[in-house]
Ligand binder design. Structure first.
Ligand SMILES: NC(=O)c1ccc[n+]([C@@H]2O[C@H](COP(=O)([O-])OP(=O)(O)OC[C@H]3O[C@@H](n4cnc5c(N)ncnc54)[C@H](O)[C@@H]3O)[C@@H](O)[C@H]2O)c1
Length: 324
């Protein structure tokens, strides 16, 4: 799929948790559908996902993304005050530090304005590579702000924000959960989505609207044994989603959540593209694990204009788990 066509042509998407599982699958799918993608993660694997996207873009549309797509800098006329933090010159991973943003530096000195532009479905010429990577802790306000600034400084706009990073942490009956575990799970899963929207929505408003997708969980909709903190955080993500949807419904910003059932990802111990075991199947009516690509498809629907009248929804993608 060329970046000039596709269901997300001309759109710029930020995806957190893009180093693994659902976020990685979504980053690859969004890119195939024509989006420029900012791959964000805390793990370091975000650069691998971004490199995969750039390599695929080079194969399908050689020259479209510039030399290996490794370009990122403020487009002309962009007055964002990114001060640019030091980055590893061998990669396009920006380190999201400080309160005024980070910009990815090019390995070969090519800037976004020099890289070939594409004209997407919005009629907007998008500079920069097919994807860039940024190391971010979604629970850290300054880093999340810098992540959003990276997207705007690199591509000039923000259309789609997928607040997907998450972790489940310690397991056990509520009274045995450590206070620290509770705080961490709430900080990453709930506050992370809040911070993404806090800094992402203004950038979307400046771009004329957009779509936010938050990853909640089936555990947001029903109780979850031994994961009370996680279920509470994800339940909070659903309410955050619905409330933000109301706040911005008249301003062209849709806010929705997907609620995965048990999905074969890093969270479940899976490696990239690994095949789920058939001898260890979660208790879901469809009697199998969900696949990262199946969640990515739901995120694509919510990111694209096909869901233009959908906002404030929390959509289970769970093999029927919460239907019981
Ligand atoms: N896999 C499931 O069964 C399942 C079920 C319900 C909900 N979810 C949710 O789906 C989302 C994606 O998880 P996944 O299943 O793909 O698992 P995953 O472990 O494969 O991916 C999660 C990614 O989030 C990143 N991450 C964790 N903490 C972070 C932080 N503080 N800042 C930035 N990145 C961080 C991890 O490094 C990882 O790359 C999560 O929000 C998770 O809670 C997953």
């Amino acid at each position: 799929m060329s970046a000039g066509t596709g269901r997300l042509a001309g759109r710029v998407a930020v995806i957190t948790g893009a180093g693994s599982g659902i976020g990685r699958a979504t980053a690859l799918l969004f890119a195939r559908e024509g989006a420029r993608v900012v791959c964000a993660d805390i793990s370091g694997r975000e650069e691998k996902t971004a490199a995969e996207i750039r390599a695929a873009a080079d194969i399908h549309s050689p020259g479209e993304t510039g030399a290996h797509g490794s370009a990122a800098a403020a487009p002309p006329g962009n007055s964002a005050d990114a001060q640019g933090t030091a980055t590893d010159p061998r990669s396009t991973t920006a380190t999201a530090t400080g309160t005024h943003g980070a910009i990815a530096t090019s390995a070969d000195g090519v800037t976004a304005t020099e890289a070939h532009s594409i004209v997407g479905g919005h009629g907007v010429a998008l500079p920069g590579p097919a994807a860039v990577a940024v190391r971010v802790d979604v629970a850290n306000s300054a880093e999340v702000r810098a992540m959003i600034e990276l997207a705007v400084n690199t591509y000039g706009r923000l259309d789609v924000l997928f607040n997907n990073a998450g972790m489940s942490g310690q397991r056990g009956p509520l009274a045995e959960l450590d206070e620290d575990a509770f705080d961490t799970v709430v900080a990453v899963n709930l506050k992370g989505a809040f911070l993404g929207m806090k800094f992402g929505i203004p950038a979307m408003l400046a771009s004329g609207g957009g779509s936010v997708i938050n990853t909640a969980s089936a555990s947001a909709l029903v109780g979850w044994k031994n994961l009370a903190h996680y279920a509470a955080a994800k339940g909070g993500v659903v309410q955050l989603t619905k409330s933000a949807a109301l706040d911005y419904a008249k301003q062209g910003i849709r806010v929705n959540a997907i609620c995965p059932g048990m999905t074969w990802t890093g969270l479940a111990g899976a490696g990239d593209d690994s095949v789920p075991p058939t001898d260890m199947v979660p208790p879901q009516p469809m009697n199998r694990w969900g696949l990262p690509g199946e969640l990515a498809s739901a995120a694509l629907f919510l990111a694209s204009d096909e869901s233009s009248f959908v906002t404030g929804a929390a959509i289970p993608v769970d093999g029927g788990y919460v239907a019981r």
